[in-house]
Design a protein around this ligand. Structure first.
Ligand code: GTP
Length: 282
């Protein structure tokens, strides 16, 4: 059996309070500093591992096509994983979209706490970006998304009518990393299973147009990911959240890092994780 071992890293301050039981004596700045330390440790741990890279053929093939199609969109809906919104932000998205109208969606809202949701909403609001939170499994947020896309792109038909042209449906492109829930959100909005969705990355392989009512067209696209992931901390987070193909990483290495991360979370902590891992390994 492979032994999972990650060494090094700083003990978070909540273990220095006595019995290792996280308690409420820590202030916000201490917790934030613990997270900064964790990120530094994550960098150190990932350096020892084989780099995680995943760029399957279907992504390479459709990325070019998607870039062309994006030029035709009235609005682009970018879906990210609410658990890791920074690691599911494509580094080239800004240059592809230019000043095109854009909606940022953090999907899988059911998988984060209310405190994290509020913290991300505040973070993006400070940057002038309003985010929509959604649940692609149950459909929360989808109607709002459809409405917002139509409102944002309403000027398209105002301009067309001014030129004497007939109105046409608003075109919205749905883009994002693999497995973040793009197809599920479309299916929920349409209340029909029009796009293939499954709990693994890389299910959607071709671009697909679907119609929502008479005034909105949606483009479902395969999950896109950079050819090279330069930040391996982000790559490991993608692996932990199953947003990247399983063949691109060693499951035991990623599991070992996940255990280390869990021990740093006050509400989980060493006292919960270590008995579990010891019994699993014996
Ligand atoms: N818990 C939870 N699961 C979700 C949510 N949205 C989608 N899922 C699940 O996540 C899995 C992936 O969803 P998809 O819609 O296939 O993701 P995708 O972004 O289209 O994936 P690719 O085909 O890789 O591009 C499915 O099993 C969904 O049921 C959500 O908000 N919460």
């Amino acid at each position: 059996m492979k032994i999972l071992q990650i060494v090094g890293g700083k003990t978070p301050s909540w273990y220095e309070n006595g019995n290792g039981n996280p308690n409420s004596t820590l202030d916000g700045s201490q917790i934030e500093s613990d997270w900064v330390d964790l990120d530094a440790d994550l960098y150190y741990w990932t350096k020892a591992l084989r780099p995680v890279q995943w760029y399957p053929g279907h992504i390479a093939k459709t990325e070019k096509e998607l870039k062309e199609q994006l030029k035709l969109m009235d609005v682009v809906i970018e879906i990210r994983d609410a658990r890791i919104p920074m690691s599911t932000s494509h580094p080239q998205m800004d240059s592809w979209l230019g000043n095109k109208k854009r909606i940022l969606v953090l999907n899988r809202e059911d998988m984060i706490s209310t405190a994290d949701r509020n913290a991300w909403a505040t973070y993006f609001a400070r940057q002038g970006t309003k985010v929509v939170f959604s649940n692609g499994q149950l459909g929360m947020g989808t109607m709002k998304l459809g409405r917002l896309a139509k409102v944002l792109a309403a000027d398209v038909n105002v301009k067309r009518r001014a030129k004497g042209l007939l109105s046409r449906p608003v075109r919205a492109g749905i883009v994002g990393y693999p497995n973040v829930g793009k197809s599920s959100l479309i299916n929920r909005l349409l209340k029909r299973r029009m796009c293939p969705a499954a709990p693994r990355p890389g299910v959607t392989r071709v671009l697909k147009w679907v119609r929502f009512g008479s005034d909105l067209e949606l483009l479902d696209s395969p999950g896109i990911i950079p050819m090279r992931i330069s930040d391996q901390r982000a790559a490991i987070k993608l692996a932990i959240c199953d947003d990247i193909g399983e063949r691109s990483y060693d499951v035991a290495d990623v599991a070992a890092i996940l255990v280390q991360i869990l021990t740093r979370i006050p509400s989980v902590g060493k006292h919960c994780v270590y008995p579990l891992t010891e019994s699993a390994l014996s």
